[in-house]
Design a protein around this ligand. Sequence first.
Ligand SMILES: [Fe+2]
Ligand SMILES: [Fe+2]
Length: 234
Amino acid sequence: MNKVKGLKKHLNVLQETAYAEFGSALEMLSACKLSKKDSFCFGYFHHSKDEYNHTKTFLSLLKKYGQTLPSDIAREFRFSSNAVINKGYVSSKGFLVETMKLKNFIAYVYTNELLAKESFEGILKMLKSDISDAEKISLIMKDELRHHGLAEKHFLKYYPRLQPWQLMAYRIKETIQNKGRKLYFKNLQFLDKVLSPLYSFMANIAGLILTYLNLNEFNRNGKNLMDISTKSII
Ligand SMILES: [Fe+2]
Ligand SMILES: [Fe+2]
């Protein structure tokens, strides 16, 4: 039983990371579409492609480890592209490049790529018993560091007056928001647990009421519909 519990924890990490990577891929693709310069578009496109590849890697790991669990448990870890919004990885208000100032958007990329690389250190530890899996994670970490470096270069070139403390402030803000996002989803899960029995209770009551209602008024067989009162609900 403990083995299943441990595996579920691992699957949860792999699933959440797949969503985060997928969210990043979509963000970068939208940034590519809205780029004003060809060189920016090219950079965002390749960044997006990397993030899609990372998603693919995590989905393949999810599949590999999910197959070792009974199907009713593995089902909980199915990937659904819509959940990327429910889980807060992409905002329902729009993509970041649409809702943020460009400078803040680059700062977001700069800090998040580093945070991503740091979170992969934990995943690397988790998967270290399988050398080929650990190798895949190491390659992703290299990509994230490269993305972080590219965003930094962009900053130095286009915003040379930005101070290091400002980047640090961005990083602290993002760390807090990441934690907030996790809390938001946990709250949703909690509400789902509390409200689901209430909804099914209400549905049962509604069903019970319907069985006692006299529905003869709704029987229009053999009646001239033009004679029906205008106040009728049909
Ligand atoms: Fe990534
Ligand atoms: Fe990245």
